[in-house]
Design a binder for this molecule. Structure first.
Ligand SMILES: [Zn+2]
Length: 474
């Protein structure tokens, strides 16, 4: 296998990847904040991390991947309070929809999905260590990281000492009594109406950044190989993770940092106000094939902005159709049993595919190059079918496709069919249930009865609860 080269955000350069233990890679991926349904911009990052995982495995590494679920923070607490339900009742459906989205897009599961609320003792222990060593201090029942004690602060993002930039800061600076405006919160003293846990500094809850430092240390050790996220995580989140972890453990935190670029919709940044913040169920309800969406995400390099348009989805579906059509012709072509020469055009094409595909992956996960190798192969097989296949060619082609599909995960139409149908149907039902809820809110009982009848006809049972309408199949 070729040597893997990755672009490390830490140092902003490409370098050969060398895991701490030969053949094994430990990866930490920042997961979703489960306060709403994730949008396709979030999904792009998770798809990138899936491709990373699959590429590492293809290149011969064993992967241990951890992805956290942020189930306590300002947004989850606000949402739970607005609905008047406990935090875990509020986050449960978003955790479920997140895993459903990953499954729909054929994302391979991580080994561990730790939840913030289940790791409060680990976070408290790390914060206590930082307080003991002078890297953190208490003020008003909250605890802050003292940036002045970390001379390396800023080496990932470039926003270090003496920099004014504080974009994305999640804590209002006037909210607590901080020594330095840049210091960030590790533990937030309890406020009325918020969930709280006991700590040496009184009741409260963790700040956002500390969970990733505490949970990565627990599952991967103080030092590990790869940490990923979207580019918007670089500052302050990942910068703060490095500061917390290295000051608490005295060890280097992560060797290689990988970040995927933003997704744009029709050339614009996604936003609620533009109405272009699509979720996967919304796209499925519009008839978008999940398989084409996965292909579209694969086809753009992770460090480039990806412009999502419905035309680009059509192009993705068209590309997949070319592979499907080749397979159809292949399935119906005749092999000549008498032609058994050791090398054939198909054998050579399959060898070229394997070499070029692995080389493209090893070149900083150049999936566009890997797909170019695939379509070169498809063209060569089409020519070979015209010229006449030799015995065993059909199996050779299928084996070559199955091999590259370990990374791509899009080539087998059968694998997508059943799941995609169910996902599209679920999305349609969720839409009807939502419409009925809206009709009831407007007191439009004619419309709500009509929608209920339609759902009943589809075999759906509705249950009205204080938290909204639940549905299940009969
Ligand atoms: Zn994180």
């Amino acid at each position: 296998m070729p040597e893997l080269v990755l672009y490390n955000t830490l140092g902003r350069a490409q370098s050969p990847f060398r895991p701490m233990v030969p053949g094994e890679v430990k990866v930490y991926t920042c997961g979703p904040t489960v306060y709403n349904d994730v949008h396709i911009g979030n999904l792009r990052t998770f798809l990138f991390e899936d491709v990373l995982r699959r590429s590492l495995e293809y290149l011969g590494y064993r992967v241990t991947q951890v992805m956290n679920l942020t189930d306590v923070d300002d947004k989850t607490i606000r949402g739970a309070n607005e609905k008047g339900v406990p935090l875990d009742v509020y986050t449960a459906p978003y955790i479920a929809s997140f895993f459903r989205d990953l499954e729909t897009l054929h994302v391979l599961p991580a080994e561990v999905y730790p939840r913030a609320t289940e790791h409060i003792p680990e976070m408290i222990a790390m914060i206590a260590r930082l307080v003991e060593t002078g890297h953190a201090y208490e003020a008003d029942g909250s605890v802050f990281f003292r940036i002045a004690t970390d001379p390396d602060y800023g080496r990932l993002s470039g926003f270090g000492h003496g920099q004014e930039a504080r974009r994305g800061e999640r804590v209002a600076s006037d909210e607590y009594d901080k020594e330095d405006v840049r210091d960030f919160v590790l533990w937030k003293g309890a406020k009325p109406g918020e969930p709280q846990w006991d700590s040496p500094w009184g009741p409260g809850r963790p700040g956002w950044h500390i969970e990733c430092s505490a949970m990565s240390a627990k599952y991967l050790g103080a030092t590990f190989d790869i940490h990923c996220g979207g580019v918007d995580n670089i500052f302050p989140h990942h910068e703060n993770e490095i500061a917390q972890s290295e000051c608490a453990t005295g060890e280097p935190f992560v060797h290689t940092w990988l970040h995927s670029e933003h997704l744009l919709v029709d050339g614009a940044k996604m936003s609620k106000s533009l109405g272009n913040q699509y979720t996967l169920p919304e796209l499925l309800a519009r008839g978008v094939p999940a398989r084409a969406l996965r292909y579209l995400f694969l086809s753009v390099h992770y460090r480039q902005k990806l412009n999502f348009t419905f035309e680009s989805l059509d192009a993705a579906a068209g590309a997949l159709k070319r592979v499907d059509e080749m397979r159809f012709r292949l399935a119906h072509a005749l092999e000549k049993p008498e032609a058994t020469s050791a090398t054939s055009a198909v054998t050579e094409a399959a060898e070229r595919l394997a070499t070029d595909f692995a080389a493209a992956l090893a070149d900083d996960l150049n999936l566009a190059g890997a797909l170019a190798a695939l379509f070169g192969f498809v063209r060569e097989v089409n020519v070979a079918i015209e010229a006449g296949l030799r015995e065993g060619d059909r199996a050779r082609v299928e084996a070559a496709l199955a091999d590259v599909d370990r990374v791509l995960g899009v080539l087998d139409p059968e694998a997508w069919k059943e799941k995609a149908d169910t996902a599209a149907e679920d999305a349609e039902i969720a839409r009807l249930v939502h419409e009925r809820d809206e009709a009831r809110r407007r007191r439009d009982f004619a419309a709500s009865d009509r929608l209920r009848a339609e759902l009943t006809e589809r075999g759906i049972v509705l249950e009205d609860t204080p938290q909204g309408t639940r549905w299940k199949r009969k």
